[in-house]
Design a protein around this ligand. Structure first.
Ligand code: NAD
Length: 354
């Protein structure tokens, strides 16, 4: 076995259906008295519910989170937190809302409780992103980690069916790349395989019965595990491609992960056979190869499988290759122009990988 370094990110996790009311207890435990509740405009109702539960410990609601954390949005929210004399935040929502809390934590040093309602997994990572002038920059800083994470599967019942599938595949992508990461380690690989298994089992169960709390719990546990992997080991070609397509061509985050993952896995299959075996085992071997099994999972659930169906222009594929090659991430197989161009063409057309 190769030598490795294992470093865990500290996290207090409260998991359970109906766990949201723990918010006030957790703030009290930490000695915090005035929380600004963050959400998107779409989830103002959830933010209001959290504010009601906090009572006098709520400083206000800011329902201004949007995708990719534009700097102006982060500045406005930070100013509001300071103006309201908030000493902490509660971020209730998906990766966009957690991202806003991270930006405020970095700028103003305020601690926060994350209440994730999608499967993006940002709450488990010290990675933050900020967008200025159309360019998204990411960084790592332990100060952006939440002090507490409350996973309440009841809050995910409202996650629209399409986003349930694509957000779930976004989570699977973190774990899949974690299995062949340069700094992979046995503990993270255990979490990655179990995260894929949990999510891949949960997605069809939720599709069959969206209000089934056991199925929702299974997906949320999967999201936690996959997010932990994302926060602990390095990502490779798949995440590079998705950051390029999302950042420079404005493609939607979770859908892009869903479409690209089978093709990135196919690209890496020969260079990472052990990772592929573990992905196949998690997806229910004997069965198709890892890339085909991920593709089939998306297709069966009605998720998009072609870049052309989520807003990509064929004329932009060459530019996407240039951007990918200009600053590649480490990858188990060298990142080369011709095969990457072929990968993007296959993803554009939605071809099932062999
Ligand atoms: P999102 O947070 O933008 O959510 C999409 C929409 O769904 C929003 O309108 C949101 O309010 C709504 N929504 C979320 N949960 C819901 C629920 N349970 N019920 C009803 N509506 C709900 O999308 P996302 O995919 O969760 O996150 C994407 C963003 O997170 C991207 O900007 C991505 O870069 C970032 N991200 C960051 C990390 C990290 O480690 N820093 C990890 C993953 C994703």
């Amino acid at each position: 076995m190769p030598s490795f370094i294992y470093e865990a990110n500290a996290a207090r996790v409260i998991f359970g259906a109906g766990a949201l009311p723990q918010l006030a207890v957790e703030l009290e435990r930490m000695g915090l008295r005035r929380a600004l509740v963050l959400s998107t405009e779409n989830q103002r109702a959830e933010a209001t519910r959290a504010a009601d539960l906090l009572g006098s410990r709520c400083a206000g609601i800011h329902a201004g989170a949007v995708m990719h954390v534009p700097v102006e949005v982060a500045r406005e929210a930070t100013a509001k937190a300071l103006a309201l004399d908030a000493d902490c935040m509660v971020a209730i929502g998906g990766g966009s809302t957690t991202g806003l809390a991270k930006a405020i934590a970095l700028e103003a040093g305020l601690p926060y409780i994350a209440v994730p309602t999608s499967y993006a997994g940002s709450e488990m990572t010290p990675i933050y992103g900020l967008t200025a002038g159309g360019q998204k920059k990411t960084g790592r800083d332990p100060r952006v980690l939440p002090r507490v994470v409350i996973y309440d599967p009841e809050l995910t019942i409202g996650l629209p069916p399409k986003l349930t599938v694509t957000s779930g595949l976004n989570a699977i992508a973190h774990a899949a790349e974690g299995l062949y990461a340069r700094d992979a380690n046995p503990v993270m690989s255990l979490m990655a395989e179990e995260g894929i298994r949990s999510m891949a089992g949960g997605i069809p169960a939720v599709a069959a019965a969206p209000e089934d709390i056991d199925a929702r719990s299974q997906c949320l546990i999967g999201a936690w595990l996959c997010g932990t992997v994302l926060g602990s080991v390095g990502m490779a070609l798949h995440h590079k491609l998705c950051h390029t397509l999302g950042g420079s061509f404005d493609l939607p985050h979770a859908e892009t992960h869903t479409v690209v993952l089978p093709h990135a896995l196919a690209y890496n299959a020969c260079a990472a056979p052990n990772a592929m075996r573990r992905i196949e085992r998690a997806l229910g071997s004997p069965g198709p190869s890892a890339p085909a099994a991920v593709f089939d999972l998306a297709l069966r659930q009605g998720a998009p499988v072609a870049l052309r169906d989520i807003g990509m222009r064929e004329a932009d594929l060459d530019a996407a290759v240039d951007l990918t090659l200009a600053s590649p991430y480490w990858n188990p197989r060298p990142i080369e122009r011709e095969p990457i161009r072929a990968l993007l063409q296959a993803a554009y057309e939605g071809a099932r990988p062999e």
